[in-house]
Each structure stands twice: as structure tokens, then as C-alpha cells.
Design a binder for this molecule. Structure first.
Ligand SMILES: [Fe+2]
Length: 397
């Protein structure tokens, strides 16, 4: 049996107001306090257009149940699905970039080889993950339309630059993968018996900052170079570090989806909307588990120790020494605190409360990741509004 987490990986721990739900009434009250806090938080993000009034939020919430009619979605359920559609369009955009270069039919042989050093099936998994996200986005928008609701269209914001490397299409993008800060706290979080929904904060086993996750151009990383293990030349090391970063970024993105969908599902009123959110959310969790396993191969022998000659990022060997919080094959979630510290520990997705894993938290995490680097104020305004509307929904009865 695994030991409990050491305190070294826990940045801080406080008593979360959401940790002990003693009654529905108290839970609702705390939710609304959280909405007000998140509004302040959004303004602190520097996201333009954080102008939704508390009255507007309350109005949206108040209408969530009142406007429901047979065959139609409540405003609340529509808001949940609209944010999910936006998140899936964002996911699909970044996965398409990975797929063009490193998928099973991708166009950059050296990137494919470097990804394959993590696992020979990586290119196939990248292609399939891309298909999944495209299907999620298409389904959610089609479902919204089928219910007479507005779909989500982010096409006006596909203006970010593509990679110039062989394989990448020269088209506008929603998301940036050319320089990322990859939050690795999930790696430690799922190995710990602590739960962020109880106020615990985690730090990752190492840091990835300002690092590309796709090759930038052919001068930087020649598309037909070999990718031996360990890399022999600086350019091979550069490409391997980029592929390793991608491996960790895949898991970062999908663990976000794994937490987002439970928070959305908890608010759904219509059983069919609940079915959609639970069913898509399950696939996000499946993705996360897969990528968690593959990322570990970048920080284990024989691949561990790669250093990017441009950025200085080094991928350490997390099995030397192996600890409960770093050992690479401890990928299945450790049982942790859940609902109440008075109950037995339980192996669950975490975080799973709105404040930590909801729509606003997802947009903040993607922003901190630099995924939206270069995006317009109008883009931030739109995704922020969709996020606040989703987080503000309360389940009807
Ligand atoms: Fe998805």
C-alpha cells in the first residue's frame, strides 16, 4: 500500500468552505459567495470585459428553471452545454495542431520519432484524441441547435500563428502551443492522499516554463533528423524536449477536462444533459489516464535527463529516487479525502468543486498555461462570459 503523501509536495492547506456540506441551504449560500469571489478573481486575471453584474448573474440563475418547457433546455442546462462546447472547440484546436505534426498521419517525422520515444503508440493516440475532441465539439453544438439553442462559434478568433515546421498547416489557430507554461501539479495531486477541494495546493515534481510543445520551424528542429535515445545532437535534444513537453501538456489538458465535467454535471437538471456531461466527461478521464502513463516515460530511464539547449529545461529522472509522489508508474489515483474528513478516503477525480475545477477555473488554468497567448480581449470576454454563466447554474429539481 502506498504511503500517504509527504508534506513537501503540498504548498498549503486550509479548511475549504466547500469541504463539509452540512445542508443544501449552506451549499447554495457558499456557491453564491463563490460566484462573487470569482468575479473579483476574473478582474484580477486581466481578462477584458469582466463586466457581468451580480444582478445579471442572479438573473441568469433565476431564469434557469423558470424558462424550462417540454422539449427545450433550461437556460442553465444550455449554459452548461455551451461552455462545454467552447472548451471542446479549444481542445480540438490544440489537438489538431499536435495531430498535424505528430499524429499517425502527421507530417513531421522527427517530431513523430521523438513522441514515439515516449511510447510507440503515441502518434495513434494523438490522432484518436483529436478525433474525440472534434466529435465532442460537433455533438455539443449540434445538440444545442437541435434544442433551438445558439451553438458556440469561435471561428472569428482563429488568428494565432501556426508552427512553421514541416507538417503544420498555415492556418489561423485559437490556441498557442509555441510557448507554454505547463502546470504539473496534477502529477503530484493524484499521487497524494490530500484533496485540493479541502484547500490543499500542490506543486509539480519539476517546472516547465516558456517551452514549446510543437516544433517551431525546420531550422530549429530539422524534420528528418533521427531521434536516438539519448539524443546525440543539440537539435535532437531540442526536439525531444519539445516532444516531452507535449507529453506532459496532453495530461495537463485532459486532467482539466476530467475535473471540469463533474462540476458541470453536478449542475445539470435535464437527465439527458446529465447523460451528455457524464458520458463525455468519462472520455476526458480516459484520456488523462492514458497521457499520465505516457508522460512518465519522459522522466524515467532510458529517456530521462534530456535538456533543451535553447531553454535549459531538463526532464529529471523521477524514479531516482522514486518517492510516493514521483514514482512514474503510480498513475492510478490514490484514495484521498472526499466529502468529509470523517469519512473513509476514496479514490476520486479531484478537484471536483466549481471553485477549483469549474468553468472559470478551467479558463484561468488555460490562460496561465499561455494557451491563449496573443488572443484578443473579445475572445477572453466571450469565454469568460460563458464560464461565469456555466459556473452560476444551479441544478433544478
Ligand atoms: Fe473533449
Amino acid at each position: 500500500m502506498k504511503e500517504k503523501n509527504s508534506p513537501s509536495a503540498v504548498v498549503s492547506e486550509t479548511n475549504s468552505p466547500e469541504a463539509n456540506h452540512s445542508s443544501i441551504e449552506e451549499g447554495v449560500q457558499r456557491h453564491w459567495q463563490g460566484v462573487v469571489k470569482r468575479r473579483s478573481f476574473l478582474k484580477g486575471l486581466g481578462i477584458a470585459g469582466a463586466t457581468l453584474s451580480a444582478g445579471a448573474l442572479l438573473g441568469s440563475e433565476g431564469n434557469a428553471q423558470a424558462t424550462r418547457s417540454p422539449g427545450k433546455l433550461s437556460k442553465g442546462d444550455a449554459a452548461l452545454l455551451r461552455f462545454a462546447a467552447a472548451a471542446e472547440l479549444i481542445e480540438a484546436d490544440l489537438w489538431q495542431q499536435y495531430n498535424e505534426l505528430g499524429g499517425v498521419q502527421g507530417g513531421n517525422p522527427a517530431f513523430i520519432a521523438a513522441l514515439s520515444n515516449l511510447d510507440g503508440d503515441m502518434p495513434q493516440y494523438i490522432a484518436d484524441n483529436t478525433d474525440d475532441e472534434l466529435s465532442h465539439a460537433a455533438f455539443l453544438n449540434a445538440y444545442l441547435i437541435s434544442k433551438g439553442e445558439e451553438p458556440v462559434d469561435l471561428d472569428a478568433f482563429r488568428n494565432l500563428p501556426s508552427s512553421q515546421a514541416t507538417g503544420a498547416k498555415s492556418i489561423g489557430r485559437l490556441t498557442n502551443l509555441l510557448k507554454l507554461n505547463v502546470d504539473l501539479s496534477w502529477y503530484t495531486r493524484y499521487r497524494s492522499a490530500k484533496n485540493p477541494d479541502f484547500g490543499v495546493k500542490f506543486k509539480g515534481p519539476f517546472t516547465i516554463e516558456n517551452q514549446p510543445a510543437i516544433p517551431l520551424n525546420d531550422n530549429d528542429t530539422p524534420p528528418n533528423q533521427l531521434q536516438p535515445v539519448p539524443p546525440a545532437s543539440p537539435q535532437e535534444a531540442r526536439m525531444q524536449a519539445i516532444a516531452n513537453t507535449a507529453g506532459f501538456h496532453f495530461a495537463f489538458i485532459e486532467q482539466g477536462g476530467a475535473s471540469l465535467y463533474p462540476t458541470l454535471a453536478f449542475k445539470a437538471t435535464d437527465p439527458e444533459v446529465l447523460r451528455i456531461l457524464v458520458s463525455i466527461g468519462g472520455v476526458e478521464i480516459d484520456h488523462f489516464g492514458l497521457w499520465h502513463d505516457k508522460a512518465g516515460n519522459a522522466v524515467n530511464a532510458p529517456l530521462a535527463g534530456v535538456t533543451d539547449p535553447e531553454t535549459g529545461l531538463t526532464f529529471p529522472n523521477l524514479n531516482n529516487p522514486a518517492t510516493e509522489l514521483t514514482q512514474t508508474n503510480l498513475i492510478l489515483p490514490e484514495p484521498c479525502e472526499f466529502i468529509s474528513k470523517n469519512l473513509p478516503q476514496c479514490s476520486v477525480i479531484r478537484p471536483a468543486v466549481t471553485q477549483n475545477g469549474g468553468a472559470v477555473a478551467t479558463i484561468k488554468a488555460f490562460t496561465d498555461d499561455l494557451l491563449f497567448l496573443g488572443q484578443s480581449p473579445a475572445f477572453f470576454s466571450l469565454v469568460k462570459r460563458l464560464a461565469v454563466e456555466a459556473d452560476s447554474v444551479r441544478r433544478g429539481f
